[in-house]
Design a protein around this ligand. Sequence first.
Ligand SMILES: [Zn+2]
Length: 251
Amino acid sequence: MEEKIPGLIRHSWGKCMQCGTISEIEEYHGLDLTRNPEGKEKLLKGEFFQWSCPKCGMGMKMDTAWPCWYLDPEAKLGISLVPGIDSSEAEGELQIMNQNLEGLVQPDIKRRAAGNFYAMQEIVRAHDAGLDDRVVQLVKPLIIGQLQSQGEVVWNGFFQGVSTPDPEEEPVHAVLYASLDPDGIPAYGQPIYWYDIHLTDRKVVHSGVNEVLFQMCQQMLEQSGAQPDDGRFHLYDLNWAIRFHDRMQQR
Ligand SMILES: [Zn+2]
């Protein structure tokens, strides 16, 4: 029997909310790198899910999401995008995904659920950087809390990558620095873990934390008795991280 492969790219129509222009949208459904080797680059560039109206253009850039999956067999990483799974209404969705996976669980494959394409990008970036994506999540409430204290209204934030600045350079204003020695000056030549923080007015703030803060989150995870991956789907996002911090504070 011929294998039924769902179309990797599907075309649909989108209507601009501002001017009403209808235009075609290319939806990438299967980002399976064995069949679509450019899938990773496409995902990380993000152009296909940031749709802008061909007529009124810049003013109406919006993010779209549709159910889709990403599979990198070499990296042993699989991500399933279920729009809205990160909202409280979608509780139970993850359970169903894992029930469907029953009997197909491969413990050496890291499986994740994501609620939007930014989250999918983030999981790939964290994996590429060799980081535990749970730690990557635990950093977020620290950065977002700081921005909120400055009066910003935050929708979400997503990990972008790690860079090591020149120690001679001035500390970057947008980065949270901590020092191991409470009275000491943080070492500025350490790696910075960068995030794009999306405000509700669609502005994006680039912010990050230094190595000490990242390691603090890593230790917090280890002390919580967190289990290694088991090949089942897990959803680690901002809400998960906030709940984790709350639990740790109640101890
Ligand atoms: Zn338009």
